[in-house]
Design a protein around this ligand. Structure first.
Ligand code: NCC
Length: 276
């Protein structure tokens, strides 16, 4: 269904999706109070750049995949929300370099973001659904979840751990490209953490292997590899335009199709290695 060639689509992603983190010099965050909480270094100053990266979805189809050792050979690994490694190393590996979490997880008490040691490894990035192409000021006054308070608490307790707030402009720049390349109208909700994480890693890495975002032969109604809960919407999408995200990723895959079936694996180029 995609309208552009894979090469053109990759260039659109590179040139139109601005992957930045909120910095102390940005809009309403340029107060002396916020300077105490936001990381001083920007993300690329913090991590430099990576050669081979892995993005590990949280899908139930990772169960019994034995992909752990392969995932751990990457220089950097990105995981999502509360996805654990302990007890699941054989299927998902044990390395966590970046963890992308949504603002609901950071805000809602029951999610235990402030106390679960799962969150204390790697670089954290939080994102929050913003109104379509809203200015940062407008979003700041009315975020989808009021995560700023817990962000500050976490930063006070773990001042050495890099913890970024994703600039909310990115989600709609990406959504516009998803919409332009789909024949149907997409629900006006931001992309999933999965899709955001893939594009974040394309900015930091030479090459990105994504696991079980496109489901393998192990596809299942089990939502997460770490829970018993069944829901097809986890794979197909309900709130997030997941199906459209997956079509787009399939279109730009540079790996063999067979590896989708066997490993749930797609390979995407990093933006720095693309010639547009
Ligand atoms: O489930 P979630 O996503 O944390 O999964 C992370 C990313 O993995 C991909 N995925 C997941 C399951 C599956 N069967 N197939 C997949 O492809 C998706 O790309 C997904 O984004 C989110 O995107 O932030 C989401 O977060 C959860 C939940 O908030 C967190 O896990 C914290 O508890 C949302 N679930 C609910 O709100 C009930 C989910 O809709 C989106």
């Amino acid at each position: 269904t995609a309208k552009l060639s894979p090469e053109k689509l990759l260039c659109q992603l590179r040139d139109r999706v601005n992957v930045t983190m909120i910095h102390g010099s940005d809009g309403p965050f340029n107060t002396s109070e916020w300077q105490m909480y936001l990381p001083r270094k920007n993300l690329s100053q913090e991590v430099g750049h990576f050669r081979q990266c892995a993005v590990v979805s949280s899908a139930g189809s990772l169960k019994s995949s034995h992909l752990g050792p392969e995932i751990d050979t990457h220089d950097a690994v990105l995981r999502f929300n509360g996805a654990p490694t302990i007890g699941f190393q054989n299927d998902v590996g044990e390395k966590t370099t970046v963890r992308l979490v949504n603002s609901q997880l950071v805000t809602v008490e029951e999610q235990k973001f402030l106390t679960d040691t799962l969150y204390n490894t790697g670089i954290l990035i939080v994102w929050d659904p913003a109104p379509y192409h809203a200015e940062i000021n407008e979003w700041y006054r009315k975020p989808d979840y009021s995560f700023f308070a817990n962000y500050k608490v976490y930063r006070t307790r773990h001042p050495e751990q890099p913890f970024y707030i994703l600039n909310p402009k990115m989600q709609w720049q990406l959504w516009d490209i998803l919409q332009e390349n789909s024949l149907e109208e997409i629900q006006p909700n931001p992309p999933s953490s999965g899709m955001l994480g893939i594009v974040i890693m394309m900015t930091l890495c030479d090459e990105v292997d994504v696991y079980e975002f496109l489901p393998s032969k192990r596809q299942t109604d089990i939502c997460h590899y770490y829970q018993r809960y069944h829901d097809r919407a986890c794979t197909m999408g309900a709130y997030h335009p997941l199906l459209f995200e997956k079509n787009l990723v399939k279109h730009i895959n540079q790996g063999q199709n067979e590896l989708i079936y066997t490993h749930g694996k797609v390979t995407l180029p990093g933006f720095r290695n693309m010639h547009c």
